[in-house]
Ligand binder design. Sequence first.
Ligand code: MSP
Length: 529
Amino acid sequence: MSAGESFYLATPIFYVNDVPHIGHAYTEVAADLVTRWHRQSGDDTWLLTGTDEHGQKILRTAVANDTTPKAWADRLVNESWLPLLETITIANDDFIRTTDERHETAVKIFLQKLYDDGYIYSGEYEGYYCVGCEEYKQLDDLMETETGDYAGQLVCKIHSRPIEVLKEKNYFFRMSDFQQRLLDLYEENPTFVQPESVRNEIISFVKGGLSDLSISRSSFDWGIQIPWDPTHVVYVWFDALLNYISAIGYGTDDENFNRRWPATQLVGKDIARFHAVIWPAMLMAAGLQPPKQVFGHGWLLVGGEKMSKSKLTGIAPQQITDTFGADAFRYYFMRAISFGQDGSFSWEDLSARYQAELANGFGNLASRVTAMVTRYYDGVLPAPAEYSEADLAVQKVVADATSDADAAIQRLAIHESLAAIWTIVEELNGYITIQEPWVLAKADETRARLGTVLYTATEGLRALAVLLSPVIPGATAKLWAALGAEPVLGGLTAQVITDAGTWGQLPAGSAISKLEALFPRIEQDDVPA
Ligand code: MSP
């Protein structure tokens, strides 16, 4: 496959104060699916993820656990965050930690440039800070609680915990200079921030006026030192946002930087402002292009609330994968929730979709078709005879699904792309019911027709394996093997996904083998409540 256009996608980098929950895994799976799709379209693809390790939140967690922040971060990265990627089969190309030397070097180069160019000045900061959010707060972001441990105090609306009053000498970034340029960016490039709900919120926020941003702290030292003033460390968000360029060689490897940048950025809508306001302003100040796009996805809700560890609604990804497997995890969240909107998680919904869509819909189809080729043709794929209207209809569904799915992925409408691919599953199941190959198998005179029907169904499975490989890489690899496709067509991930709809790729004569259930039945007693 030749290297095509650059497609660089970055996830947010995750705080290491705690272990991952399914909200974090959700961003990872979406990013992984989209990059697998682009990789299989021949794009010059790069997927970056990583961890955000500086700031007060991590420092305090480490202190509370009687350790140093670096030792704490090392432990969480090695025991929880890297294993998460395996649990949900993420094929990332790089993993950046903000404590990596390459990152610290790039942050210092970037800051020095902004300082030299007059975008940073020293001043006095007086205001509120939420350590949970690692964010400076306006009064609108706070509320006074009437009950509970913090009755009578001002608390952050997101964390329901008291904010801190800060008064210190800080360095400021002249963000207010960029208000008009940001508004122009949103106007000239309407897909820069998506979906529309997030775009509207960002535009009205920026129209309300931008203040300069305090970008340093001097009351603690867990962070990257300000190059010209070692008594200050860089504000954790300013540091963290730079990971997207430090990881691809900003300041040290221009060739790679120019090859990859700008990135498509997937973020939860709660952190869209950092990515669609502060981040492009920082880049503009440094004379760099803004990201290609910032897409703010919705929240996973549990019991109607945003899932979070601090509110004890967190569910570990492994709780799901232990019972249902990584493929089902990936499929469920990508299919059941419109990407860009909030979605509620429930074990019942997961179990129901697993059974109806993966086990009965797709898995059963794959098992039945491969079993029939094995039984009626000793596992040698028959050649099709003349195609009937019904066969041609299958071919059209496969071709349309491929182009519809691709168009949906380009818009990051991941759920729509899966729905498009699923039209093939439905078409093939209906086709087999109507064609009744088991009846055709009974008479010699319908033998040619049987061959055409089984070729059509098997070739449909070939297309499904390719189209579904970005979402269920495990099951589709097994299907690819059962189709005997590798020796004739090459590896599954080497298939060009946008060509999946071209009919007739799996040659007659391919060695088909019987497939074990791709999604075995799960007893209700095995499902956590
Ligand atoms: N460290 C910052 C990001 C810095 S990026 C330069 C951060 N980390 S986080 O660990 O708190 O969150 C990381 C991502 O997980 C965010 O995109 C956030 O929206 C996402 N999610 C956290 N909880 C979530 C849900 N309940 N549902 C969906 N996504 C959620 O913020």
